[in-house]
Every structure is written in structure tokens, then in C-alpha cells.
Write a protein that binds this ligand. Structure first.
Ligand code: F6P
Length: 547
């Protein structure tokens, strides 16, 4: 059964939220802390190694109880049970959305069109296990008998961002294999990578759910040609494997069936790192760590399915996002990990969030007249403090932000960790409290500068504050906690899509540009350019002269 189609803005809860918004929109978070000694406790949720404090948001208990009414009115519970049980919730592509099944524990049953899909999932996991064990141990070798030293993941979008982000984030847990990710059709990307490789000791993992993606096939073909410059055709089978749901197309490419790791159409590309798309993860950190990642995600699935509204972290995060996006009309949100390991996290989330919820047609097929996905961006702190935090503190835009940190550093450097964490806590406090004109004046009074200068500087040094943040403090970065973190955002995406009454799991918006690129590519080799506007025609002509 499909998801219900309920326009959120027509619900009673939405109307009440609109009214409530007018009452609280100018209130100061810091004032609420003064009035309510229990505020931090009231708006904090613990989930084992996760501590989520959302008290520094522009919310009251009434805000949250109105959101509770909203999720009841849009029947989130019904949507959750359809999501986990494999109903066709991706209606426009007529598919289930079952990345959660990939991390379900062994022995679980999940029936899809009369077939239990878990045994199939287990078979692929076993294949990932034995293959990665073989490559890591050196039992599986290249065609000339040498052990593999380098792995190249060739894919783009969900076939790149997920594995690339996890491999980079979990580099502390990695083995001796050097990982590379080639994604862009920009030939300089693949050539820079090839420069670093010895074909005799490199394994290429071609990852494409559809196996029709221009970037991936171009890169895979270029790499195979480079490989064949020095190696024999029959060596290809020992050096190229593929992950795909399109077995026929992989065979056409020249990779034999034994070297294919299948995936299914019920796994969306941007949620596929838990499938065989995660082969590079398993190769980099070993299969047991890959399993821990999956277990962590499963723990978050359980949390999401079982916790009530008040203690359900993904639901709370989703509601906060909607509060700012649809009521305050803040257009973007930042994800700010205080961990260099999470360097690629915001990039990964950009696809997961914006490809899913950047939609303008609702589940009844009608044009939407309210906001959907906000714009997501971010960089690790403390680097970002020296880049865009000026805007967060004193810009004219308000950017609600998620601050994420791990309490225990992996290399045990307490001195650095305390400095990192002091910044982490200071920023959310500063963003909320700001600095008033009075405080600025008092500080200026202490300074040995002229009255004229004091008057000139006063306004520039004021921080308005009242900028909302949520804090997620996790005990330690492990494969398990990272799995939990990624699944947390996946479920936030799901809840927001349900509330916004959109289909989160298709991506028709990426098609138009692809189609036009195909036509323009033909124009390059023809003397008569196709029909374009005069700007595009001139640009193409200019390029043709230069290339
Ligand atoms: O960008 C569109 C998209 O279809 C993504 O959803 C997907 O992750 C990516 O392209 C790659 O697709 P494939 O795995 O089929 O090559």
C-alpha cells in the first residue's frame, strides 16, 4: 500500500503551529533558560552512546506537543510501518524502500511479493565477506600473482558518496589497502588517480546500480583501456568486479557473473552503502567492521520504530527542521561536525537530503505551495569557525545548525580534544546568548581607546544571538556509532518527506540536464549545432574553437 496523501498545511496542527509561531517567533531562547531550570533536561534525549540536546532551539513544550499532533494527523506511524515492511512507498518508481532490510539481523524474515528477501541479502553479505577477506589477506591475488595494494571504487552519486564518506570517516580502522574513489567524468580526476596506480596490484570495483551512468561507464572504460595497455585481456577478470542490479549490462561491459555483487531495485542509490555498494568499505576496514556499521544502523532503526515521539531523535530532528523551514522560513541548515574524520559528512548528506526531499509536487500529483527540503551544507569545526562562522553569528540570515562531536578522541590526545570540545560548547552557547549592546559598552569602557572610537565600534561588536542549534554528543567514533548516525539522518529525511507529502525516493530532477548533455555532446562532433538559445549556442561555439 502507498503512503497516505495528506497536505500538511491543511491539518489542524499546522494551523495551530502557525498561530503558535506568531506567539513565539520573537522570544529569546536564553530567556526560556532563565525561566525554566529544567529546560536542558526537558529537551535532551539519550540513546545509549548518543546524547542529543535540542534545548537551544526556538521551541517550547507547546511547540513540540503541536508537532506531536501534526505527526499524528499525517499518520506517521502508518508510514513507518509501510516503510519497514516493504510497501511500495516509492510509488512513482513502483518500488519498496528497504535499505533497512540490509541491516536487519540474521534470522529476520521480510516478505516481498511472497518471497523472503533476507536469505538473498545474506548470500550477498557472505560473498562480500569472503571476497574482502580474500583480498585483505592476500589469498586472492592479481593476475600476475601479486597481492593487491590499491582499490579503486568507480561510481558516482550514491555509488560513490556513501562508501567514500564511510571509508574516509573510518580511516582510523583501515587496513593496509589504499582506497581511491573515481567519480567525476572530468578526465583529470581519473588520470590523477591512475598516476598513483600499479595495474598488477590494483583492484577496480565498478559500482552502478543501473550500469547506465555516463560518468561511471566512461571512467570504467578509460581505466580498462589503461589496464590493457600493460596487462592481458584475460587478467581483467581478476582485477575488475562490479556492483549492480543490472546484471546483463555488467556482462555486456565484460565482467563475468562470478565477479558481480548484486543489489536490488528496492535499494535507493543514495541509501545503498549498506548493500554491496559498501564493498569498498568492507575492503577498507574489514568485514566485521562493516557488519558493526550495519548493526549500528539497525540500532537506530529500532530506536526510530520503537521510541515514542518525546524520545525519538530522528522524529524530533525532522520536526525542528520543518519548524525552521516552513514557519520561520529559514532556507538552509548547517551540519557542523567537530571531528575532522567527518569531513565528507555534509557532502554525503547533501545528496541524501536534497535529492530525496527537493521536490515540488505532492503525493496527489499537485504542485506544492509550501517549502520542502532546506539547503544543507557544512564543514568540520574548528576549521569552519575560521571560514563561515562570521555569517552564523552576525549575518542577516539565520542558519539552524547541528553540532556533532565525539567525546573520546581516537588517538587519545587529551590536550587537543579539550580544546576542540571547548570550541564545540562555546559556539552553541555564543550563538544562543549573543552579546548585547550593554555588554559591548561595558567591555569598551575597559579599553584604553578614545570615546569616538568606542562609539564607532559599538554596533559592530554586538551579537544578536537567539540562533538555534542542536547538539549531538556521541561517546566515540566507531563503525557502530557511525552507522547509527547515518541512519539517524536517513530517518529524519523519511519523516520530513512524509510530513511534506512528497515522494522522497525518486529523483526525476536529475534527468533533464543529463538529456540535454547528451544532445550537446552530439553537437560537438557535428558541424551544425542543435537548436539552443543564443547564449548556449555561443558558448558551445566558443568551446569548440578552444578545445
Ligand atoms: O544522480 C542521479 C543518480 O541516479 C543517483 O540517485 C545515483 O546515486 C547516481 O545517479 C548513480 O547511479 P548509478 O548507481 O545507477 O550509477
Amino acid at each position: 500500500m502507498a503512503l497516505k496523501a495528506i497536505n500538511p498545511t491543511k491539518t489542524n496542527a499546522w494551523k495551530k503551529l502557525s498561530q503558535h509561531f506568531l506567539e513565539v517567533k520573537d522570544c529569546q531562547i536564553k530567556q526560556w533558560f532563565i525561566e525554566d531550570a529544567e529546560r536542558a533536561e526537558r529537551f535532551t534525549v539519550g540513546a545509549d552512546d548518543f546524547y542529543f540536546d535540542y534545548s537551544k532551539n526556538r521551541i517550547t513544550t507547546e511547540t513540540m506537543s503541536l508537532f506531536k499532533e501534526l505527526i499524528e494527523e499525517v499518520d506517521l506511524n502508518d508510514a513507518i510501518s509501510k516503510y519497514f515492511s516493504g510497501d511500495i512507498i516509492n510509488k512513482t518508481e513502483h518500488r519498496s524502500v528497504l535499505h533497512t532490510a540490509l541491516r536487519a539481523p540474521q534470522g529476520t524474515d521480510l516478505m516481498l511479493e511472497g518471497v523472503n528477501i533476507i536469505p538473498e541479502v545474506t548470500t550477498v553479505k557472505d560473498k562480500i565477506k569472503s571476497f574482502s577477506n580474500g583480498i585483505i589477506s592476500g589469498a586472492l591475488r592479481g593476475a600476475t600473482g601479486k597481492a593487491f595494494t590499491d582499490i579503486v571504487n568507480i561510481g558516482i552519486g550514491g555509488s560513490d558518496l556513501g562508501p567514500a564518506m564511510i571509508v574516509d570517516t573510518l580511516q582510523y580502522y583501515k587496513n593496509h589497502l589504499t582506497m581511491h574513489f573515481v567519480s567525476n567524468v572530468d578526465g583529470d580526476h581519473v588520470n590523477e588517480t591512475l598516476k598513483q596506480l600499479n595495474p598488477e596490484t590494483t583492484l577496480f570495483v565498478v559500482v552502478s546500480k543501473t550500469f547506465t551512468t555516463q560518468e561511471t561507464l566512461s571512467n570504467a572504460n578509460t581505466i580498462r583501456s589503461w589496464f590493457l595497455e600493460s596487462q592481458l585481456e584475460k587478467s581483467v577478470e581478476k582485477h575488475f568486479v562490479a556492483v549492480s542490479s543490472n546484471i546483463e549490462k555488467v556482462r555486456d561491459f565484460g565482467i563475468n557473473e562470478a565477479n558481480i555483487f548484486p543489489m536490488w531495485d528496492w535499494v535507493g542509490g543514495r541509501f545503498s552503502l549498506w548493500s554491496a555498494v559498501g564493498l569498498s568499505i568492507s575492503l577498507s576496514i574489514g568485514y566485521s567492521n562493516f557488519l558493526s556499521l550495519l548493526d549500528g544502523a539497525h540500532d537506530m532503526d529500532t530506536h526510530f520504530k520503537n521510541e515514542t515521539f518525546e524520545t525519538n531523535i530522528p522524529i524530533i530532528m525532522a520536526c525542528l527542521g520543518i519548524w525552521y523551514n516552513n514557519f520561520f522560513q529559514f532556507e538552509s541548515e548547517a551540519v557542523l561536525p567537530y571531528s575532522q574524520y567527518l569531513n565528507q559528512f555534509a557532502t554525503y548528506l547533501q545528496q541524501a537530503i536534497m535529492e530525496s526531499n527537493g521536490k515540488n509536487v505532492d503525493r496527489s500529483g499537485d504542485r506544492i505551495d509550501y517549502q520542502t527540503s532546506s539547503i544543507v551544507w557544512g564543514e568540520p569545526g574548528t576549521n569552519s569557525q575560521h571560514a563561515f562562522f562570521q555569517l552564523l553569528h552576525q549575518g542577516t540570515k539565520i542558519i539552524p545548525s547541528d553540532f556533532i562531536a565525539f567525546a573520546k578522541p581516537l588517538h587519545g590526545n587529551k590536550d587537543h580534544q579539550d580544546k576542540l570540545m571547548s570550541n564545540f560548547f562555546a559556539q552553541t552557547e555564543a550563538l544562543m546568548n549573543g552579546k548585547s549592546k550593554r555588554q559591548v559598552s561595558q567591555e569598551l569602557e575597559q579599553q584604553n581607546i578614545s570615546e569616538t572610537l568606542k562609539n564607532q565600534l559599538r554596533n559592530y561588536k554586538v551579537f544578536e544571538g537567539n540562533r538555534p542549534t542542536s547538539t549531538l554528543l556521541i561517546n566515540k567514533l566507531t563503525p557502530h556509532s557511525l552507522g547509527k548516525l547515518v541512519a539517524l539522518y536517513e530517518h529524519k529525511i523519511f519523516v520530513q518527506g512524509v510530513i511534506w507529502n512528497i515522494f522522497s525516493y525518486d529523483q526525476f530532477g536529475v534527468e533533464l540536464g543529463k538529456e540535454l548533455a547528451g544532445k550537446i555532446l552530439d553537437d560537438f562532433s557535428s558541424s551544425t549545432a542543435g537548436s539552443h538559445d543564443s547564449s548556449t549556442t555561443k558558448l558551445i561555439d566558443y568551446y569548440k574553437k578552444l578545445r
